[in-house]
Design a protein around this ligand. Structure first.
Ligand code: SAH
Length: 208
C-alpha cells in the first residue's frame, strides 16, 4: 500500500499541506490497517474521502486529518488529548509526530478496536480511555493541545479548562454544516479563530 500512500501524500501537497513532519507521518501510518477488516475490501482506504469504520462512524478524509494536525503545530514531547478515537488513525498520526497522546472514545467497541490496531501497528504507547469526551481527562490535564474529531454544538468548557497556558484546541463546532475553530489560550485570554467548514459526526452526550 506504499504506492497508494505516496499518491495520497501527493494530493495533500496539492491541497497545500506544507508541514513536512505531517506529510511524513501521513506517508508512514498504514491507514488501511485502521479500517475494520469486513469494511476494508469495500472501500479505497487512501482515497480523498472519509471511510466508514462501523457503528455509523467514519475516519475523516486524509486532507482533514493532515490539515487539523498541521494547524495544531505540535512539537515533539507535547501532550495532546484527542476526543473521538474512532479507528485510532488520527491518534497514530499524532504519535508519529512524537507527541504523548491521550484519546477518549465513547463507543466501547470502537475503543477496543482502536486499542488492538494501535498495539499491532506499534503505537501501544497511545493512552486510551472509553468514556465521555465532554468531561475531558482531568487526571492527565493540562494539555498542550486538544483535538476534537466529533462536533459539539458549542465549545465544551471542561476541555478549555484542561488547556495549558499557550495551549491550543482545534474542533468542529455546530450542527449540520460545522466550522472548524482554533482556540488559543494565553494566560487568562482566549482567542477563537474561525476556520474552514467541515462535516463531522456529532459529539454525543454521555450518561451523567
Ligand atoms: N479520529 C477518528 C475518527 C473519529 S469519528 C479516527 O481517526 O478514526 C468520531 C468519533 O467520535 C466516533 O468514534 C464517535 O463514537 C466519537 N464520539 C462521539 N461523541 C463522543 C464523546 N462525547 N466522547 C468521546 N467520543 C465521542
Amino acid at each position: 500500500m506504499e504506492a497508494e500512500r505516496k499518491a495520497m501524500v501527493a494530493v495533500l501537497r496539492r491541497y497545500k499541506i506544507t508541514d513536512e513532519r505531517v506529510l511524513e507521518a501521513m506517508a508512514k501510518v498504514r491507514r488501511h490497517a485502521y479500517i475494520p477488516e469486513g469494511i476494508r475490501r469495500r472501500v479505497d482506504p487512501y482515497g480523498d474521502h472519509p471511510c466508514p469504520i462501523g457503528y455509523g462512524q467514519t475516519i475523516s478524509q486524509p486532507f482533514i486529518v493532515a490539515y487539523m494536525t498541521q494547524r495544531m503545530e505540535l512539537k515533539p514531547g507535547e501532550r495532546v488529548l484527542e476526543i473521538g478515537t474512532g479507528s485510532g488513525y488520527q491518534a497514530a498520526i499524532l504519535a508519529e509526530l512524537k507527541a504523548t497522546v491521550y484519546s477518549i472514545e465513547i463507543v466501547p467497541e470502537l475503543a477496543a478496536h482502536a486499542r488492538k490496531v494501535l498495539a499491532a501497528e506499534g503505537y501501544g504507547r497511545v493512552i486510551l480511555m472509553t468514556g465521555d469526551g465532554y468531561k475531558g481527562w482531568p487526571e492527565h490535564a493540562p494539555f498542550d493541545a486538544i483535538i476534537v474529531t466529533c462536533a459539539p454544538n458549542e465549545i465544551p468548557k471542561a476541555l478549555v479548562d484542561q488547556l495549558k497556558d499557550g495551549g491550543r484546541m482545534i474542533l468542529p463546532v455546530g450542527t449540520g454544516i460545522q466550522q472548524l475553530v482554533i482556540l488559543k489560550k494565553t494566560g487568562d485570554t482566549f482567542t477563537e479563530i474561525p476556520d474552514i467548514h467541515v462535516r463531522f459526526v456529532p459529539m454525543v452526550k454521555g450518561e451523567e
